[in-house]
Design a protein around this ligand. Structure first.
Ligand code: G16
Length: 546
């Protein structure tokens, strides 16, 4: 098989791009034309991985928030989680071999991992709406077929849907039915029954909550998928759609654009106080926002979602009277005010980990209820077996009062609405809408729980972004030597100043984050830090300004 794979690789999927590409924050990403051989080889790797795990794995062709000319691949492990980190090195090695080294490398992996090629392999495929995705998906499908895997191609789906299909299939449908209909059914049934429960408690009006939103779909896969889904809940939530595929993917729209620029997406018409959402290109991130009376843009990002969810689940636990270990996982990008609110007001511990959903997911598994969100809107909630068992027991326990049993019922319905495999714009939207409705909150009420520290994100283009060496989750750096000390001196000059830099694992840039007590200070701090990076880490072109 290894020899056949090498022959096919040389003939149909030769390596035409010389530069090394690493498995980054969320898989391989590059210009689409560099990726054909990588996708072919990842198809092969998925067939091997499936045999190692004795289960179905997934291959998602997407470059998510990146520009339309880019593409990439995210590999999904059997429980719907991201590929185990130890296999990222294997993937990187395989991706960067010369064509005539492929069979030897495959034989090495097979021997080292003790893979029995007589065992069956099964790989699920999905892709986003990029023009290059179909051809790259075909390359990956060929790779899996060469290694005799059973393949199932779901075509154009969101990334979290493919994560769900893999997990549902491997759970023998216990997690849900591994089909598009099954996915919609699971989420919308839970959404409907939660809402009906609140309506039966409070009546049809719920405080300041209005069941209508404006949705920017980034011209990505979220557009067609959300339109289908919204039909199933249109009596409960009105959604006005923009950027559903008529324009260029992620261009001046989408969650990343809105979060980084702190501005409205283009081509969206809203009125003051309309509750708005933006998805990213593969619908695994979501941010909320609105315009206040003075037409000022107000962002409610992943930190806000984490605190909303944490506060609500904490209150359900308090009513149930059940002791469960609840925690929130964030990264260095989390706004300092959100961390303070979650720890001091909600009294919920917060862990800080490296950027990348894989790190947050892993850490969140340490809690009975682990809520993880990156500030960019990527996140979900994980529930331990114990949490599910205790909630079920409380729901069925006739000795408990109605309030306690009702809270347990809500917790279980909530769990059904969550895509526990990864961040999911659709599931996250339903969760946020559910909590706002249950609380009777408008978007302003939600925002009033705490005030964000003003902040600024910038990107610096450098010759080699990997000259920056990050040494801890707070993103202190060890190289270039002396640069961290320069940052520290600068930061100490700003009230409530905090700033850091890190090389992106999805784009060819160094990211800069700064926060301070005023917006102009945050902007100044970010610009100064960016200039230092530009000077001392090999900047290209002009240093960014704000
Ligand atoms: C991916 C990852 C996220 C990460 C983001 C940016 O998101 O899944 O965890 O925060 O990239 O990463 P970096 O700062 O390293 O470029 P997506 O939505 O693009 O898949």
């Amino acid at each position: 098989l290894a020899l056949a794979a090498e022959r096919k690789g040389k003939d149909d999927h030769p390596r035409t791009y010389g530069k090394e590409i690493d498995y980054g924050t969320a898989g391989f990403r590059s210009k689409a034309e560099h990726l054909d051989h990588i996708l072919y080889r990842m198809g092969i790797l998925a067939a091997l991985r499936s045999r190692v795990k004795g289960a179905t794995v997934g291959v998602m062709i997407t470059a998510s928030h990146n520009p339309v000319a880019d593409n990439g691949v995210k590999l999904i492990d059997p429980q719907g989680e991201m590929l185990e980190m130890s296999w990222e090195t294997i993937a990187t090695d395989l991706a960067n071999l010369n064509d005539n080294e492929l069979s030897a490398a495959l034989i090495h992996i097979i021997e080292k991992e003790n893979i029995d090629l007589a065992k069956p392999a099964s790989v699920f495929f999905g892709r986003d709406t990029r023009p290059s995705s179909e051809q790259l998906s075909n390359a990956a499908l060929e790779g899996s077929r060469v290694f005799n895997a059973d393949v199932k191609d779901f075509g154009i789906v969101t990334t979290p849907m493919l994560h769900y299909f893999v997990a549902a299939h491997n759970s023998n449908n216990e997690y849900g039915d591994p089909t598009v209909t099954g996915y919609f059914f699971k989420l919308t049934t839970a959404f409907r029954s939660f809402r009906e429960e609140i309506i039966s408690e409070k009546g049809p009006e719920s405080g300041n909550y209005q069941p209508a939103i404006v949705a920017d779909m980034a011209n990505g896969v979220g557009g067609p998928i959300m339109k289908q889904m919204s039909e199933l809940i249109k009596d409960l939530l009105t959604i006005e759609f923009f950027n559903t595929g008529e324009g260029e993917l992620n261009h001046e729209s989408g969650a990343d654009y809105v979060k980084v620029r702190q501005t409205l997406p283009k081509r969206v018409r809203i009125k003051s106080k309309d509750r708005c959402v933006s998805f990213d290109g593969d619908a695994d991130r979501i941010v909320y926002y609105y315009q206040d009376q003075s037409v000022k843009f107000r962002l409610l990002d992943g930190d806000r979602i984490a605190s909303l969810v944490a506060g609500y689940l904490r209150s359900l636990l308090d009513i149930m009277g059940i002791e469960l270990n609840i925690g929130v996982v964030q990264t260095a990008y989390a706004n300092g005010a959100s961390t303070k609110y979650i720890t001091e007001v909600l009294q919920i511990p917060v862990a800080c980990v490296y950027t990348g959903v894989k790190h947050l997911h892993h850490k969140a598994q340490e809690f009975d209820i682990g809520i993880y969100f990156e500030a960019n809107g990527h996140g979900t909630v994980l529930f331990s077996k114990k949490a599910k068992v205790l909630a079920k027991a409380a729901r069925e326990d006739k000795r408990l009062n109605g309030g306690k049993r009702g809270a347990a019922r809500k917790m279980l319905t909530f769990i059904d609405m969550v895509n526990e495999t990864t961040g999911d714009s659709i599931s996250d939207l339903l969760i946020v809408e559910t909590i706002l409705h249950a609380r009777g909150w408008s978007v302003e009420d939600w925002e009033n729980s705490y005030a964000d520290l003003p902040n600024r994100l910038l990107k610096v283009t450098v010759k080699d972004r990997n000259v920056i060496k990050v040494i801890d989750p707070e993103c202190h750096i060890s190289e270039p030597e002396g640069l961290q000390e320069d940052f520290d001196r600068l930061i100490s000059m700003f009230t409530q100043g905090r700033a850091f830099v890190r090389p992106s694992g999805t784009e060819d840039v160094v990211r800069v984050y700064a926060e301070a007590n005023t917006q102009s200070s945050a902007d100044k701090l970010a610009v100064h830090i960016a200039k230092l990076v530009h000077q001392k880490a090999g900047g290209i072109g002009d240093a960014p300004t704000w």
